[in-house]
Design a protein around this ligand. Structure first.
Ligand SMILES: [Zn+2]
Length: 286
């Protein structure tokens, strides 16, 4: 792709999340239950969580779309529950059919190329498949988590870099935010007084995919940046380990790839225990 055509390519902040990437609604956050499948116990656990309504969507942690707000509110099954994890939300054989709007073509294609270079996932043009991703230029960057059935949108709005697109595809394949892990308090400190009050719920801890995948990864492309939802430009999330960077959007980390390998064990992964980090690729000079 031509970096010149990418509106964010020469933006220094593309190393981090563009400020406009995360969104949160004007209204009060609403309660719902994440119905989480836990492989370790082979049972579903309902985890209380909150979403914001943005443009009719139930938005979770700033860029994860749970579904239409009304559907999430009314819930299917018990209470206001929504199930998002488990094998039924995987893309079969790692094949993810796609359509791409012209406005986001360069960024979507660059992000897809990154995924295809470093993982066995493939993103062919959709023909008649029922389940597929549509890359579109909507307001902000967002995605659903996992394969939800039917058409699902990945939005690459004006502020979304190629790295953001790699991150959103990560959600669509089944990854959550790294700092939402159950064990995160051992690795980061959340500075609540610096968070915009209406966005505090975005820093809740959740059980991700039933069980946390591998070791905590500061280098994950799925990690919030230090200033996510800051109300004063000060850090909202600080690594416990000195000198560590968080929130990179330059490419998949070694452990991002390893996490996907755990939830898609049957794909043809490159041999070797440790995948090679790809975390300097996207931001490489054009
Ligand atoms: Zn995200």
């Amino acid at each position: 792709m031509s970096q010149q055509d990418d509106p964010t390519a020469d933006d220094e902040s593309s190393l981090d999340l563009p400020a406009g990437m995360f969104r949160t609604g004007d209204g009060d956050p609403e309660n719902f239950f994440l119905a989480v499948w836990r492989p370790s116990t082979e049972g579903v656990r309902n985890t209380p969580a909150q979403f914001s309504e943005v443009d009719g969507m139930a938005l979770f942690e700033g860029d994860i779309v749970l579904g239409p707000a009304d559907e999430v509110r009314n819930g299917r099954g018990e209470g206001r529950g929504i199930g998002i994890t488990g094998a039924q939300f995987r893309w079969k054989n790692g094949i993810v059919p796609c359509v791409i709007q012209a406005a986001v073509k360069d960024r979507a294609k660059a992000a897809i190329a990154h995924w295809e270079r470093h993982t066995p996932f493939r993103f062919p043009k959709r023909t008649d498949q029922t389940d597929y991703i549509s890359f579109e230029a909507r307001d902000g960057c967002f995605s659903m988590v996992g394969r939800r059935g039917g058409k699902q949108v990945i939005s690459l709005g004006t502020g979304c870099s190629v790295g953001s697109a790699v991150h959103e595809i990560g959600h669509a394949l089944g990854l959550w935010h790294e700092q939402s892990r159950e064990d995160r308090d051992q690795f980061v400190t959340i500075v609540r007084e610096n968070i915009r009050p209406e966005a505090i719920h975005n820093f809740d801890k959740h059980v991700l995919d039933g069980d946390d995948l591998g070791d905590y990864d500061y280098a994950s492309i799925m990690h919030y940046p230090r200033n996510a939802f800051s109300r004063n430009n000060k850090d909202t999330i600080v690594p416990s380990q000195q000198g560590v960077e968080i929130g990179q959007r330059n490419g998949l980390s070694r452990r991002d790839i390893a996490s996907l390998k755990l939830i898609y064990p049957n794909l043809k992964w490159p041999a070797g225990d440790e995948a090679e980090s790809a975390a300097d690729e996207v931001a490489a000079p054009a």
